[in-house]
Design a protein. Sequence first.
Lengths: 317, 229
Amino acid sequence: MIGLSAVYLLAGVIFGAIAMMSAVDRGNPKRWINALFWGLFAASFLVGDVLGDLGNGVLVLAMVVLAGFVGLGIGSPATTNTATRRQSALSFGNKLFVVALTIPFVTLIGSLSFNAITIGGRPLIDPAQTTLIAFALSVIVAIVLARVMLRQKVPAALDEGRRLLDLLGWASLLPQMLAALGAVFALAGLGTAVGDLAAQAIPADNRLAAVAAYTIGMAVFTAIMGNAFAAFPVMTAGIGLPLIVMRYGGDPTIMSAIGMLSGFCGTLTTPMAANFNLVPVALLGIEDRYAVIKAQIPTAIVLLAVNTVLMYALVFR
Amino acid sequence: MLLTLLGVAVVVAGFAARLNPLLVVATAAIVTGLAGGLDLIAVIAAFGKAFNENRYISLAWLVLPVIGALERAGLQERARDFIVGLRAMTMFRILVLYMLMRQVAVAIGLTSLGGQASMVRPLIAPMAEAAAEAELGPLPAAKRDEIRAHAAAAENVGLFFGEDIFIAIGSILLIKGFLEQNGIIVEPLQLSVWAIPTAVAAFVIHAVRLYLFGRKLAHGSAEQKKALT
């Protein structure tokens, strides 16, 4: 059965190649730092399962020291200039869009159809991981199509991948680091601590106060934890079920649906949701680290107010 | 138990001071673990274990060689040409249309048709920039950054407030599971239906904000031209 380990192998090989390309890049004064950083990233994918917990912890701390104290450099891969790209855009035309859209469409088709592929009654592809495996397949298909339709050689694609990874730098590791932080938070009982605190601190002696405490609590707790999934059980057990449902007879379905979406308002405002709010800043080359958050905060605040009103109006029907 | 909140304090202070986020997160993890009663080795091991289990998150970067190769072949330039060719396409219309398409696609479960690395950087942000520049002339870097940030925001708003309409998404299943543990049986479809009012509100609020942003941008660039002449 093809599972996640095959995708990790692919990732390890690609990041390993990028590490080696970094090592021989004389245009980057910090080439050895970059080579080591991406090399450790590759090692995590290739041998993470045999390193043991402490080994993985040391590996990630080494990456943090490299990116946080020493600082990563920017590689100088051979790429094309604007004039060449304009020319190339004119000659390839919409073929460029075809290859670009290969990734979402192959991912989609794969994740919908992989379960139907069986060998001797057993699934060929791990049913729990179809989307990630379809995504990896889509990357391979797109690289092949770029080679055939756009004459982009595979080493050039890897070098271009290195250009973008160096542009991301530390931001590339942050989403995975934050997920790991969430696990440590959970281990240390942070959720219950915050829930207890919120339940004590918030006056919820009427319906509107209870609803507002729940929606605002969801948003704030989500902003702290970086995702609404961690906040939902704590806030719902602490405020939602005992007050809104039990004491005031609110509808748990409506409360939960709007409560979760109140949490998403918090996601719009927090650097803890790095893959949504910080990674795009790096990807788009924006100067201000918090520019995306600033663009989202007014929407988040107005929508949280709307959610509170909606819940108050709907939940006690 | 309240000592564990020290980790949150580290995160808030570190992000506010704009320290390197990797250092902030690693420090917060160690502080939280120590405050929660683990010893240093156990904290590092716990963090390493969680890091290893979450490797799938970083698989997203596999898309970068493809995006890079496409950019090398002129994808961003093609996206710009395409938009400039469609004169009706203003920055506001591009971003609202993208947000709407994203929200609808996600609502019917097509979550993979989009993303910051695979759609916004190579296509949507260059299109929005090109449309604004076609209308208003060359823009200063600060304005271009604002347009890019709004392109990323349109993606996030569309994604977040569309996904809960789809019944098999993680958050819906989490709600169902959690309520079941507490003796309340709910239908995923009911949860999806009650996500719709917020989804509509999110679209309207953010569309109005994009409209106002477009007006502000046009106004600012008119002022600038007046100041120059």
